[in-house]
Design a protein around this ligand. Structure first.
Ligand code: FE2
Length: 445
């Protein structure tokens, strides 16, 4: 239920349409129709399939609209995302595969499923272009080996298909997600080297002719990507870099630009030298903007368009910030301006900790007091707000506006304290364009 998140019913898609798996990144079209890439098992072996969930219909009206066999029949490729354009589904069959033989062994021995993956590192990566209308394979293209999780975006332009992908040289990143790697990540100097995904643009030509052997088939204005017909008749695509910095977990202005020509994506960069970075890439001008803060580790940036947005990057980028250095109990929701990645607001959640003076709670019965203060912070009038269905007089929160001195006059915070003990429950920081004086206006004459 979209209003209260209650489960309305359960549908077993394996029973309904035979899929045994599907990706965690379905595509949601503007008409509400949802497509996902999955796998079905047939008597001739596993098959990739595209599942359509029609808008407004019951889940068990899902149907398979396209399906193809893997190039290595008993080693279907691991695919975390896929591309969709106006007319095509794009399946990118990378050389990391799930070995059916190894899988039966891991299941038998109860070993981790990851032990059934095989890396065909000397093989190419294959692009399957499937017609959305007929479900049939229209074309195939090849590229040198790469590993990927995320397609950034894909679209059609002047008889070409453009596919932007965060590409790794190999699947070593999977090793970096083991608990043992996490435990040593802060001290392992090579840890970040596993996370070097280059954002690359592959351009797939739809207009090639037989007599164009040895020529670059790409005729897109300004594109440095190449595609050449090989001796065996295959078309090998050579990508161009979208930016110099390695990054992954890309997000675009999805509701307006998925499957369409676009200009910006937002991602997490792999440069961890100063904590983590959020990066905005202009794929047209090949420029980038970054945000970082010492000891801060932002999570996947999420773009949110402004109401009545006037440009592709008119909106905000949201990210969850974690911290190291004994500040692990500080978590923030960061709100960046999507145009320049400047901080618009931040909301910090802290697990309760001892706090002294300034905001005072007085227990008139027991003549005791509790206080809250923080260096360089000037809280405004505390406002008590009762909890819904409160069970005691001080069951609620105390709100206060915090101003600051020491050249931080443009930092303003909404402070939320637990009324029982004046411990911080949450804080939301706003960075204002001009200074807000730390002496409340009523004192300035
Ligand atoms: Fe993902």
């Amino acid at each position: 239920n979209e209003r209260n998140l209650e489960t309305t019913k359960r549908v077993n898609l394996s029973r309904e349409i035979g899929i045994v798996h599907h990706t965690s990144h379905p595509h949601v079209l503007s008409n509400g129709c949802v497509y996902n890439l999955g796998t079905i098992v047939t008597k001739f072996g596993p098959k990739y399939c595209i599942v359509e969930f029609p808008q407004g219909k019951d889940f068990n009206e899902a149907k398979i609209v396209a399906s193809i066999f893997p190039r290595r029949k008993l080693n279907p490729s691991y695919m975390h995302t896929f591309g969709i354009t106006e007319n095509f589904f794009i399946l990118i069959e990378q050389p990391l595969a799930v070995s059916v033989k190894l899988m039966s062994q891991t299941l038998w021995k109860n070993d981790p499923l990851i032990d059934s993956l095989r890396w065909f590192g000397k093989k190419t990566t294959k692009f399957h272009i499937l017609s959305r209308k007929s479900g049939h394979t229209e074309r195939s293209f090849y590229a040198e080996t790469f590993f990927f999780f995320h397609v950034i975006n894909s679209y059609e332009e002047d008889n070409h298909i453009v596919v932007d992908i965060c590409c790794y040289e190999n699947p070593d990143i999977i090793k970096g997600m083991y608990l043992d790697s996490f435990r040593t990540m802060q001290t392992n100097p090579n840890y970040s080297s596993m996370f070097q995904a280059k954002p690359l643009r592959f351009v797939l030509p739809l207009n090639e002719k037989e007599d164009q052997k040895n020529c670059n088939l790409i005729k897109l204005n300004g594109s440095k990507a190449q595609a050449k017909i090989q001796k065996n008749g295959r078309i090998l695509c050579i990508p161009e870099e979208l930016c110099e910095t390695s990054c992954d977990l890309p997000r675009i202005n999805y509701s307006n630009n998925s499957g369409q020509n676009y200009r910006y994506f937002y991602a997490m960069s792999s440069d961890f030298s100063n904590g983590g970075n959020i990066i905005k890439v202009d794929v047209k001008n090949k420029t980038q903007t970054t945000w970082s803060e010492k000891n801060c580790y932002p999570g996947e940036p999420v773009f949110l368009s402004a109401p009545n947005a006037t440009s592709e990057d008119d909106g905000v980028v949201l990210s969850v910030l974690l911290r190291g250095n004994n500040q692990e109990n500080h978590v923030e929701l960061l709100v960046l301006c999507a145009k320049d990645l400047k901080v618009l607001a931040r909301c910090e959640f802290i697990t309760p900790s001892p706090v002294p003076r300034c905001i005072i709670k007085v227990d008139v019965k027991n003549k005791t007091q509790t206080t809250w203060s923080e260096k360089n912070c000037y809280p405004g009038e505390p406002v008590f707000l009762s909890a819904p269905n409160a069970t005691s007089e001080d069951d609620g929160v105390v709100l206060s506006v915090l101003l600051r001195g020491n050249n931080q006059e443009n930092h303003v915070e909404l402070l939320v304290l637990c009324a029982k003990d004046l411990k911080v429950l949450a804080r939301c920081e706003f960075i204002t364009p001009s200074p807000v004086p730390s002496i409340p206006p009523m004192y300035s004459v």
